[in-house]
Structures are given as C-alpha cells and as structure tokens.
Design a protein around this ligand. Sequence first.
Ligand code: PGA
Length: 248
Amino acid sequence: MRVPFIAGNWKMNLSLEEGKALVNELKETASKTDVQVAVCVPFVYLSAIKEEIKGSKIKLGAQNMHWEESGAYTGEVSPSMLKEIGADYVVIGHSERREYFAETDETVNKKIKSALVHDLLPIFCCGESLETREAGNEKTWVREQIIKGLDGIDQEDMKKIVIAYEPIWAIGTGKTATSEQANEMCAYIRSILEEKYGSEVSEEVIIQYGGSVKAANATEIMNQEDIDGALVGGASLKGAEFIDIINF
Ligand code: PGA
C-alpha cells in the first residue's frame, strides 16, 4: 500500500515568522494522520523550520539544489548542504524552474541522481503546457520528461523517487485538471515506470498531482486510484486550508 504524501510548496512566499507559525499549526494534524506531510520551504528558512518541526511528523523539503557537491557556483546550494541541515526531500524540475531558470531534462536528471547519492528524496516534477495539451501531445511530452529525467536510475533508487504530475496550465491558475485527466496521466506515468522497472516498482512509487489543489477538490483528487498525493502551492500557505487538504 502506498502511503499518501501531501507536500506544501511555499515557493517564494511567507516571512520566516509566518512560516514558523504555519508549521506549528500543522503539527497536530500531522501527528494524527497516516498521510505523510512535508513542507518545501525557501533555502534560507530550512534550518529554522527544521528546528520548529523537531519532534513532529512533518518532513522538510527544499525547492531546488545544484547537482555538484561543491565548487564555484555562486548562489547555488549543494545536496550535501541540504542533507547537513536536515532536509528530507528536494523538489526537482518544477515547471517554474524549467521556465524561468533554464532547467532542462538533462539538468533534472543530474539533480535527481545527485539527490539520491546524498540520501535526499527527490520530488521529480513533470507536466505539459496548455499548448501541448491542446495539440493532443501531452502524453508524448510527459513520457519524454520521465524517460530523460530517470535516465540511468536503477530499480532500488526509483522506489525512493516521488513523481509530481503538474500540468502547467493548472498551476496557480485556479484551473484544476479534472480528476479524470489527472488520474489518466498519473496512471500513464505508472505504466511507463512498469515498462522500465516492472510492476513491483511501479506499484510502489508515489505519484502526486499538483496544480490548484485546494480543500474543495482534494478529496476527489486524492480518491483517484493512481494519485497518491498532492504537491500544493497557494493553498499550502494557509494553515486551515492545508489542514483540510491533509484531512481529505
Ligand atoms: P498551485 O501550485 O497549487 O498554487 O497551483 C502547485 C505547484 O506549483 O506545485
């Protein structure tokens, strides 16, 4: 059985004090549910939020990392730095990073491999644009992202990777994919994993949906067979709303 996994992606939002207050609001809910809860916070908040969630069931994620261990990469953060401050997860290949910061399938692949070497669990994001979907090419697109992103990754490592299917047209737009559209793509992603790794692995991998998930649609989305969790942006910034999502 796959354990549902709901992660909040704060993006570049909240003050540190607001972030601390938010995780404190989540602690009780996280302690009472079987759902795995995580918050993916800005780099500069990681240590402070780690301290704040100590002793709770909330896991900590970063939103990006470099693939190199160290070196002359001004402004970058390495996987060992994330590990040292106690991050559990790292979001890799979010569409905003692909769009604004020149992430490619190749850099995403390097980052996933490097995260695994450093014992960080990757949340590997994929998803198509509206244009791609309207042209009917969404499956080909996502397939390519998955195949390239997972190039060279073996079965044992695959089990540690969380995949987040996030159609770009549904992110921050209020336009959620229908639960059927979301489940269809998540099932398709699982079938690609089955081809590549066999059914024992594909049945274990957690696949999240992301894109305008909120309390009002969480139950329907989470009840889909191939959707095991959610990567939540805007609605993870408000404690009560995020708690309702966790308690879907
Ligand atoms: P959203 O963002 O929930 O605000 O649409 C999701 C994401 O980008 O991870």
